[in-house]
Ligand binder design. Structure first.
Ligand SMILES: [Zn+2]
Length: 155
């Protein structure tokens, strides 16, 4: 399949998802023009705020392929990813992303991903989400153990 055909599939999934009561987002993971997995937004149907199309597609691809590393694969998403999904795309080591709608299009229909992008640019004390460091001297124990562990699976 060409990149347009793969994007058309992501768009088709987004349209079907609206018809099925979900959010207007779809994603496809592919390699060499072949689809390996798809995902749609299931936030409300699964009561899962992390069930965005891209994260769903990454989970499906990793489960199918039995790996946590999607190097060599590409993602086609009907909309520019939110910061969570963008992070997931980096963590999955996908080679490239393609998107149809952009984050301004999403904002215009009430999905304000740009709000989180804006927050990330602010110093922590000016963000809407208060945060506080608690027990760092105890939390570091697992990190020390990880550093010393010889049979760890690095990712
Ligand atoms: Zn997302």
């Amino acid at each position: 399949m060409t990149k347009e055909e793969l994007m058309r599939k992501a768009i088709e999934l987004s349209v079907e998802n609206v018809e099925n009561g979900g959010g207007p987002f779809g994603a496809v993971i592919a390699k060499d023009g072949q689809i390996v997995a798809t995902g749609v937004n299931r936030v409300t149907s699964n009561c899962d705020p992390t069930a965005h199309a891209e994260v769903s597609a990454i989970r499906a691809a990793c489960e199918k392929l039995g790996t946590f590393d999607l190097s060599g694969y590409e993602i086609y998403t009907s909309c520019e990813p939110c910061p969570m999904c963008l992070g997931a795309i980096y963590w999955a080591h996908l080679d490239k992303m393609y998107y149809g709608n952009n984050k301004t299009d999403a904002k215009n229909i009430g999905f304000d991903d740009s709000f989180i992008y804006d927050e990330l640019e602010l110093p922590k004390d000016r963000r809407k989400l208060p945060s506080e460091i608690v027990l760092p001297e105890e939390a570091i124990k697992a990190f020390d153990m990880w550093m010393k562990k010889e049979d760890k699976v690095e990712y």
